[in-house]
Design a protein around this ligand. Structure first.
Ligand code: S3P
Length: 431
C-alpha cells in the first residue's frame, strides 16, 4: 500500500463567499467533558466537536470510569458521578496532542485517591509541565515527571487551599489550580494580572474579585458541579482563519454563524478592526452561559499595527493567523510580549517566521514576537506545518493570497481543532 502523503495544495483565491461552518470551541468542549463527568448526575453536551483534542479529553474521562454515549441527535450524554466518582484507570491516560487535557486533568487528578499517569505525543511530551506541577505540589499533590515533561504521574491525596499568583498568563495553569481547589480544604485563590480566557470560572460559577487590572478567582471546598445541559459555541479561534482569509482576499463576503464572542477570546477582532478590517457582529445572544454572535466579513485593505501587553492572552492562539494579516497589511506590524508562543504545540514564532519567509514575506523574529513589513507579494511555496494545527491553517490562508500553488506539508494537523478545515476552505473559496 502506498503511504498517504500528508499535504494539501492551496490555490490562489479569487474570493471567499457564502457561509463557512465552524466547529465547536475546543476550550469550552474540554471543560464541558470534564465538568459533565464530575457533575451530580446525567448531563448532556450539545455540539461537542469531533476535533482530536476534545476527543482526547473524552477518552480520558471514559478511562477514569465515566460513561459517555451519543444520542440520535448527536448530543453527548454523560453519566456524571460527582467529584469523587472516578476510579483508578487501568492504563495510562493518553492526552494526545492536547495541553489543555493534560494540564486541566492534572488539577483534577491531584484530588483523587489513586495515582494516574498521563502521556502525550512527541509535541506534548516536550511542553513545560513544571508550571502546573509547582502549584499542585504546594497544595499537597505528588507529581513525577522527567525534566519537567510528560509522562506525568499524579498521586493525589489530601490537598490544602493556596493563594497562587500566576507567574505566566495561562488559562491552563489557572484552571489546573482552581480544579484542584475543588478537592482542597479551605479556599483556593488564583490571582492573574493579565487576564486569560475565563471559561473555567464562568462555567463553574466561581467567585471573581476584580482589583484594578488584577482578577482574584476563588473556589471553596464543598463546591459541587450540578448536572445540566452544556452547549459548545462555535470556536472563535477556528473562525479566525476565515475572518482573516475573507479580509485579505479581495472580493470576499463571508458569513459565520454562532461564533463564541467571550471577550477573553476575541482580542483578534479588536486588532483586525484597528487594522481596517470590515467585520460586522450581529444577532448577539447567549448560549449555555457564553456570548455568541453571527459575523459577516468583507475584504478590506489593512494597515500595520503594534500589539503587546494585556491583549496578548486574549489572542494568543490567533497570532499565527494575525501574522498572515500583517503580511498583507500596509506598513509595519510588531507583535510583542508573546514569548508563550514558543512553548505551544510547536514554536509558533519560529514556524510562522519560516513559513511566511519561504513565501516571500518580510518577517523577523524576536524572542517574544514578530515584526512583519507589508504588503508582501507572496509566492506559492512548500511550507511546513510542524505538526501544529494553527500553523497549518494559517499558512493555508497565506496560500490563498499567493501567486501560484502553496503546498502545506503536515496538513492533517488541522484535525486537532478543525477536522473539516480543508473541505470547508475549498467550499467557500473560488480559484
Ligand atoms: C487554553 C489556554 C491557552 C491556549 C490553549 C487553550 C485553554 O493556553 O493557548 O489553546 O483552553 O485553557 P495557555 O493557558 O497555556 O496559554
Amino acid at each position: 500500500m502506498k503511504p498517504e502523503i500528508d499535504q494539501q495544495v492551496i490555490q490562489p483565491s479569487k474570493g471567499l463567499a457564502g457561509r463557512a461552518r465552524i466547529p465547536g470551541d475546543k476550550s469550552v468542549a474540554h471543560r464541558c467533558a470534564l465538568f459533565a463527568a464530575l457533575g451530580e448526575g446525567e448531563s448532556r453536551i450539545v455540539h461537542f466537536p469531533d476535533a482530536a483534542d476534545p476527543q482526547s479529553t473524552l477518552a480520558c474521562v471514559r478511562a477514569l470510569g465515566t460513561e459517555v454515549t451519543r444520542d440520535d441527535d448527536g448530543i453527548l450524554v454523560v453519566q456524571g458521578r460527582g467529584l469523587r466518582g472516578w476510579g483508578a484507570p487501568s492504563t495510562d491516560l493518553d492526552c494526545g496532542n492536547s495541553g489543555t487535557t493534560m494540564r486541566l486533568l492534572a488539577g483534577l487528578l491531584a484530588g483523587q485517591p489513586f495515582p494516574a499517569t498521563m502521556v502525550g505525543d512527541e509535541s506534548l511530551s516536550s511542553r513545560p509541565m513544571g508550571r502546573i506541577a509547582d502549584p499542585l505540589t504546594m497544595m499537597g499533590a505528588r507529581i513525577s515527571m522527567t525534566d519537567g515533561h510528560a509522562p506525568m504521574t499524579v498521586e493525589g491525596g489530601e490537598l490544602s487551599g493556596i493563594e497562587y499568583r500566576l507567574p505566566v498568563a495561562s488559562a491552563q495553569v489557572k484552571s489546573a489550580v482552581l480544579l484542584a481547589g475543588l478537592y482542597a480544604s479551605g479556599e483556593t485563590t488564583v490571582i492573574e494580572s493579565r487576564p486569560s480566557r475565563d471559561h473555567t470560572e464562568r462555567m463553574l460559577g466561581l467567585d471573581i474579585l476584580e482589583l484594578g487590572s488584577e482578577r482574584h478567582i476563588s473556589v471553596r471546598s464543598g463546591h459541587t458541579i450540578p448536572a445540566r445541559t452544556w452547549a459548545v459555541p462555535g470556536d472563535f479561534s477556528a473562525a479566525a482563519f476565515f475572518l482573516v482569509a475573507a479580509t485579505v482576499v479581495p472580493g470576499s463576503l463571508l458569513k459565520l454563524h454562532g461564533i463564541g464572542m467571550n471577550r477573553s477570546r476575541t482580542g483578534l477582532l479588536e486588532v483586525l478592526r484597528a487594522m481596517g478590517a470590515n467585520i460586522k457582529v450581529t444577532n448577539e445572544r447567549v448560549l449555555g452561559g457564553e456570548p455568541i454572535a453571527d459575523l459577516t466579513v468583507k475584504s478590506a485593505p489593512l494597515n500595520g499595527v503594534t500589539i503587546g501587553g494585556g491583549i496578548i492572552p486574549n489572542l494568543i492562539d490567533e497570532i499565527p493567523i494575525l501574522a498572515v494579516a500583517a503580511a498583507a497589511a500596509e506598513g509595519k506590524t510588531v507583535i510583542r510580549d508573546a514569548a508563550e508562543l514558543r512553548v505551544k504545540e510547536t514554536d509558533r514564532i519560529d514556524a510562522m517566521c519560516a513559513g511566511l519567509k519561504a513565501m516571500g514575506a518580510h518577517v523577523t523574529q524576536q524572542p517574544d514576537g514578530l515584526t512583519i513589513r507589508g504588503p508582501a507579494k507572496l509566492r506559492g511555496a512548500t511550507v511546513e506545518a510542524r505538526h501544529d494545527h494553527r500553523i497549518a491553517m494559517a499558512l493555508a490562508v497565506a496560500g490563498l493570497t499567493a501567486q501560484g500553488p502553496t503546498t502545506i506539508s503536515g496538513s492533517s494537523a488541522a484535525a486537532i481543532s478543525f477536522p473539516g478545515f480543508w473541505d470547508e476552505l475549498r467550499s467557500v473559496s473560488w480559484s
